[in-house]
Design a protein around this ligand. Structure first.
Ligand code: HPA
Ligand code: ZN
Length: 337
């Protein structure tokens, strides 16, 4: 491994933007299709991979939702998440806050309990095997209506103590944060933290809405905030975390090339930006590869990489004492490496 590669892999970091359904590797998709006798429109792993050429967010989502159809049993959700935690541990992830999309499954007749049983078994396994802390964030699908999100919140009621927060994902343009203001308020009342994908494809106005109407704790992506100087100043002033996903941004054509990625300009503008993996099975790399590739493309130095890792813990939903412990470990690594 290169110097940069090994420094990044050993750098303690938190994963804050990972859709567990987006960690479904083609090999597992084909294996689960066979195990569950589900027909998929691909004859081989190579054919699955060849389909991963996206022109925008929607072209990805169409394939991502189709792929998720192979997930049927609690064992499937366990195996999916356990494989992800193994990869994350190898990438230096010491704490993970992962999204899952309940409606993608409940709409196919898979019980909310099936999803939770499988994921929670894997979460407990990650702590035992890797010493990794894991929080779950259930994401509402924004192309569906708010009533459906409320129904999902009702289904989650028995598991509220195992969920740290809610998110908002899927097709952004035309589905602004305002559409979900009431269900976000209800989620907050139940003690859940609030995240929202905003400014990935949608305009800076959607980021303002996520702040003003949803009162979010974190913005996922947020890249297009850079088009609005007033918004950048506001995000910087409030130390709002932006969970940026460089390989996703290239795969979904939000930036043309990694060499054009704004990550260092975001840091220079005072934003609390962090680096994450989004849907790594689809976008060509997990968190360490996102760090490494963008560092190489933008010439980031160690200091910037440590700042990004620091921001990942500061932006996490860990209690203060655990954030402090993670930062102590990070500082020790930076000093001795
Ligand atoms: N954007 C919006 N919705 C998503 C994404 C994303 O990058 N990945 C999975 N669902
Ligand atoms: Zn995402």
């Amino acid at each position: 491994m290169s110097d940069l590669g090994s420094f990044v892999a050993g750098l303690p970091k938190a994963e804050l933007h990972l859709h567990i359904e987006g960690s479904l590797e083609p090999e597992m998709m084909v294996a689960l299709a066979r195990r569950n006798r589900v027909a998929i429109p691909f004859a081989s792993v190579e054919e699955v991979r060849a389909a991963y050429r996206f022109t925008d967010l929607q072209s990805f989502l169409d394939i991502y939702y189709a792929g998720a159809d192979v997930l049927r049993t609690a064992e499937d959700f366990h195996d999916l998440a356990a494989a992800y935690f193994d990869r994350a541990a190898a990438d230096g992830v010491t704490h993970a806050e992962i999204f899952f999309d309940p409606q993608t499954h409940t709409h196919r007749g898979i019980a909310f309990a099936t999803v939770m049983d499988g994921l929670l078994a894997a979460v407990d396994g990650a702590r035992a095997k890797h010493g990794m802390s894991v929080y779950l964030i259930m994401s509402y699908l924004r192309h569906l209506d708010e009533e459906d999100a409320f129904a999902t919140l009702a289904m989650a009621e028995p598991w509220l103590d195992r969920l740290v927060g809610v998110g908002l994902d899927s097709s952004e343009v035309g589905n602004p944060p305002a559409k979900f203001a009431r269900v976000f308020a209800a989620s907050r009342e139940r003690g859940l933290k609030l995240c929202c994908h905003a400014g990935e494809e949608g305009p800076p106005a959607y980021v303002h809405e996520a702040l003003d109407l949803l009162h979010v704790d974190r913005i996922d992506h947020g890249n297009r905030s850079m088009e609005d100087a007033g918004l950048v100043a506001r995000l910087a002033r409030s130390a709002m975390t932006l969970t940026v996903c460089p390989l996703s941004n290239v795969a979904l054509r939000n930036v043309d090339r990694l060499e054009d990625h704004p990550i260092d300009r975001m840091l220079a503008a005072g934003l609390r930006a962090t680096i994450h993996s989004d849907d790594p099975a689809y976008f060509g790399g997990y968190i360490a590869e996102n760090f490494r590739a963008v560092a190489e493309a933008r010439g980031l130095g160690r200091e910037q990489l440590v700042t990004l890792a620091r921001n990942s813990f500061l932006g996490s939903f860990l209690p203060d004492d655990q954030v402090a412990a993670q930062l102590t470990r990070l500082d020790a690594y930076a000093e001795r490496t």
